[in-house]
Design a protein around this ligand. Structure first.
Ligand code: PRX
Length: 629
């Protein structure tokens, strides 16, 4: 039996860039820019790095001691300096850095100059608590500007931040605090979620009770009267910063000095502390933000992620600020108080770049196209998607709902990769459902388990063939686990995703290797089957798993959420099966379909198929600390 993955999905639509998109683009000709970058990747990355400021230069661009990489060897820099001082020295000092909107529509507008002062006050306050270079600080804040301030303040003094998404429970938070051995936790009294008040301080109290390394807890009090604080261990954020000076020199750090730890579990297993560093990460996030979104000085950039995830780290905080961009960030969910929430924000703030997720798009699709139609979305210029394969149906809907002429950048990357790896640029012809081609300087391929390149349309493992600047440097306290990424398939970084390349070299991601379903000798990726399911007019969301089957190895079971107003019936189930039959063929038709009200997802919106599977088979659910519901 072939170990390769069958590819069934045939998507033939191609969208060419409009004249308007082409006219102004940073990269006019992807093909030649890519070829040039790949002929000399170190030269390419060094040229990019020179657009940023370094306190002292590197002696070597890359030191590659398989699988350990050091980039910009010997250089000193500071990412926070590049996010702030570099702009404050210019006219950008009074440019808007952050527009923040709370769930209750409270608005704050912060210029680069003001952000610089707040970060410096916070950096000085950190020092006063005895936080020094290399110390770990856990940031457990809702999506408020202070979250960004705290991250940059840590970076400024060389402390290592570990941002934990504020939806995590006390045991999950405690686990992450303990693994990082954090000395300080920065939190808030409350967060808000669809109008519900989340008592974050209570969660922190429980987590800290079992975390002996924590010396202090700083609390941002959003409600009055303020929550009680137990001095001297607990401090009020505003009191903490009040008397601090607005100047704090950025610490010159080795390019390889750790910037942050971010715990990720993806959809399986125990959380891993992914470590990123100042130098390479700064170069990778800077240039991908600039080229992928074709970022310009007058853009308003809206990324819906939370800084609790890597997308927030790389593409709300670091990438955009390195570019001196104006960022819109909004607390809350896409459908609260109405499904028009994000469209309304786009209209209100004249958003030109909008970066979101397939899960959110599918959620908004459920409410119908009338919602986006109510708003003026003409300010939009470039769209983005990340986190999962975007099925062509959702892609088409997003494209239509936003006017039908804006390019969608389907960006494939991971917490571990730090920056976007496989992605279109706005001038690249688009195929709905494909993340298209590798970013400049990135060599990617689809291979079999021995590392052999596969021919067009054969499914296999997505790999990266050379190190890149923003790659993770290790897994915190677990170097062996780091090595597995580079040891699974010889001589390359294995992402754990399956994928195929078409005749044009376009990459189509098909799901996680762990989720592959083996039906009668065929190996199917979950994404294709799910994509075929959601192409049915009645289906809003779908997840598929393989169930052991005596005759065919595994049979496919699908879990489906219906669109609003659709009613379950045997005829409907049959017509959904017929749809998969037409789209992919008999082999991919689920033998069972369950209609469900919701699907188990990680808090960042990824479907946890292993949980569905364990539940279906009556097995232990494993670590479900990252589950949303
Ligand atoms: O399976 C891929 C999927 O998300 C994984 C990485 O998840 P995480 O580390 O949480 O980072 C999410 C934000 C970058 C990948 O291994 N994934 C992410 N983006 C895409 C995707 N799958 C298909 N297409 C994408 N654009």
């Amino acid at each position: 039996m072939s170990e390769n993955i069958d590819t069934l999905l045939k998507e033939s639509r191609v969208y060419q860039p409009t004249a308007q998109t082409k006219a102004a683009a940073h990269i006019q000709d992807y093909e030649s820019a890519y070829k040039k970058s790949i002929a000399d990747p170190e030269g390419f990355w060094a040229t990019v790095a020179k657009e940023l400021e370094w306190f002292s230069p590197w002696t070597k661009v890359l030191e590659w001691n398989y699988p350990w990489a050091k980039w910009f060897v010997g250089a000193t820099c500071n990412i926070a300096y590049n996010c702030l001082d570099r702009h404050v020295k210019t006219w950008r000092k009074n440019k808007v850095a952050i527009i923040w909107v709370s769930e209750q529509d409270q608005e704050r507008v912060i210029t680069y100059g003001e952000l610089y002062r707040q970060v410096n006050r916070c950096a000085n306050a950190l020092k006063k608590l005895g936080i020094t270079k290399g110390d770990r600080v856990t940031i457990y804040l809702p999506k408020v500007p202070e979250q960004i301030v705290a991250m940059l303040a840590c970076a400024r003094i060389g402390a290592i931040h570990s941002v934990v998404y504020s939806g995590f429970s006390a045991p999950a938070l405690a686990n992450r605090i303990q693994d990082a051995e954090a000395k300080l936790v920065i939190t808030a009294d409350v967060g808000f979620d669809r109008g519900k008040v989340l008592n974050l301080k209570t969660v922190v109290d429980q987590a800290v009770a079992n975390s002996p390394t924590v010396e202090r807890v700083v609390v941002l009090r959003r409600q009055t009267p303020g929550v009680a604080l137990a001095a001297p261990k607990e401090l009020d954020w505003h009191d903490w910063l009040k008397n601090e000076k607005a100047v704090c020199e950025a610490e010159p750090l080795d390019a390889e000095h750790p910037l942050y730890i971010l715990y990720t579990s993806g959809t399986t297993g125990k959380p891993k502390g992914v470590v990123h560093v100042h130098g390479g990460y700064m170069v990778g996030t800077y240039i991908t933000t600039k080229y992928v979104f074709d970022l310009k000085e007058d853009d308003v950039y809206f990324c819906v992620a939370d800084p609790g995830w890597v997308t927030g780290h790389s593409y709300i905080v670091y990438g955009p600020l390195l570019n001196g961009a104006t960022i819109l960030t909004a607390e809350g969910k896409p459908d609260y108080p109405t499904p028009g929430r994000w469209w309304d924000l786009i209209e209100r703030y004249g958003v030109s770049i909008f970066y979101t997720t397939p899960t959110a798009i599918r959620l908004l699709m459920r409410y119908g196209e009338d919602w986006p139609k109510k708003y003026d979305l003409s300010s939009l210029r470039v769209l983005g998607s990340v986190g999962e394969p975007i099925n062509p149906e959702a892609w088409e809907w997003f494209h239509r709902a936003t006017g039908g002429d804006k390019p969608i950048m389907d960006t494939w990357w991971q917490t571990e990769t730090g920056s976007i790896m496989i992605t279109p640029l706005p001038t690249v012809p688009l195929k709905p459902g494909s993340a298209t081609r590798p970013f400049l300087g990135i060599e990617a391929d689809v291979v079999d388990s021995a590392g052999n390149s596969l021919p067009a349309n054969a499914g296999g493992f997505a790999v990266i063939k050379k190190p890149w600047p923003a790659m993770m440097r290790t897994i915190y306290k677990d170097p062996e686990r780091y090595k597995t990424y580079w040891n699974t398939i010889p001589n390359c970084y294995t992402a754990g995703d399956i994928c195929h390349k078409d005749e044009d070299g376009y990459m189509w991601f098909m799901g996680r290797a762990d989720d592959v379903i083996k039906v009668a000798g065929n190996r199917l990726g979950t994404a294709e089957v799910e994509s075929a399911l959601v192409s049915h007019h009645a289906v809003a969301e779908a997840a598929v798993i393989g169930k052991p089957h005596k005759l065919v190895g595994e049979s496919i079971k699908a879990f489906i959420i219906l669109k609003q107003g659709e009613v379950e019936s045997p005829a409907l189930i049959q017509s959904i099966k017929d749809q998969v039959m037409t789209e992919l063929g008999k082999i991919a038709v689920p033998s069972e379909i369950d209609i469900v009200p919701s699907l188990p997802k990680t808090r960042s919106g990824k479907i946890m198929r292993r949980v569905l599977k364990a539940k279906e088979l009556g097995q232990d659910l494993g670590d479900i600390s990252t589950i949303e519901d």
